[in-house]
Design a protein around this ligand. Structure first.
Ligand code: F6R
Length: 211
């Protein structure tokens, strides 16, 4: 069971999975996936929805069965019930074996912005202004970026048996340093990974330049 992330960071990882599938016969037929998050208010068909992103970048190119793919819904009436059902579906599928993460400049994992409790679960969250600013180019302006999202919580993520956080580029160097060398605090959700028994950061030289 795989926990998956969106954003620019995992794209090379997904390209390698596609290559392994096409060239080396790796099958995803028995894989179940749960994504971290989805923007609120976006229909699945919206080009910037994470549903669209994941299909474009990965699912359309491998043999994972459609019924094994899970992302929160961006448009849903009863948000708490939807979030509780997402948590329940993760448990029913056996829990997350391997969770892939990126990190936002706010230190978020998933969309767990500063102040997210360690034991938080899937819920609606207000996106930090920095996060919305980083998403603005893709949406053609900050006013088009949704203000909230549905995200797995820190507790949901920390329950994964194994966690890999990827970070690339100099704009991640300061927050990577805080997450790894700073105090474990809800001001930097990624710092909670310090206490996880099997979490690793995979960095390029720029992202690791302040360590
Ligand atoms: C994506 C997610 C976010 C991103 C983070 C980094 O599903 O939950 O935590 O991983 O915002 O985004 P990029 O990779 O675009 O720098």
């Amino acid at each position: 069971m795989l926990g998956l992330a969106t954003g620019s960071t995992p794209v090379p990882f997904y390209q390698e999975l596609i290559r392994l599938h096409r060239e080396e016969g790796m099958s995803f037929a028995r894989v179940i996936t749960f994504n971290l998050d989805e923007y609120r208010g976006l229909d699945r068909a919206h080009p910037e929805s994470y549903w669209s992103f994941m299909h474009r970048q990965l699912f359309d190119h491998i043999d994972v069965p459609a019924e094994s793919i899970h992302l929160p819904l961006g448009i849903v009436d009863d948000v708490p019930a939807h979030c509780a059902a997402y948590e329940q579906a993760i448990l029913a599928a056996g829990g997350i074996d391997f969770q892939l993460l990126g990190i936002g400049r706010t230190g978020h994992i998933g969309f767990n912005e500063p102040g997210s409790p360690r034991d938080s679960r899937t819920r609606e969250i207000h996106l930090d202004p920095i996060t919305r600013q980083d998403a603005a180019p893709a949406f053609g302006g900050i006013e088009q970026v949704p203000t909230t999202a549905i995200t797995m919580g820190c507790g949901t993520i920390l329950a994964a048996r194994r966690i890999a956080l990827l970070a690339f580029g100099s704009n991640k160097a300061a927050i990577v340093k805080e997450a790894i060398e700073g105090p474990v605090t809800d001001r930097v959700s990624a710092s909670f990974l310090q206490d996880h028994p099997d979490a690793a950061f995979y960095l390029d030289a720029e992202a690791a330049s302040l360590l």
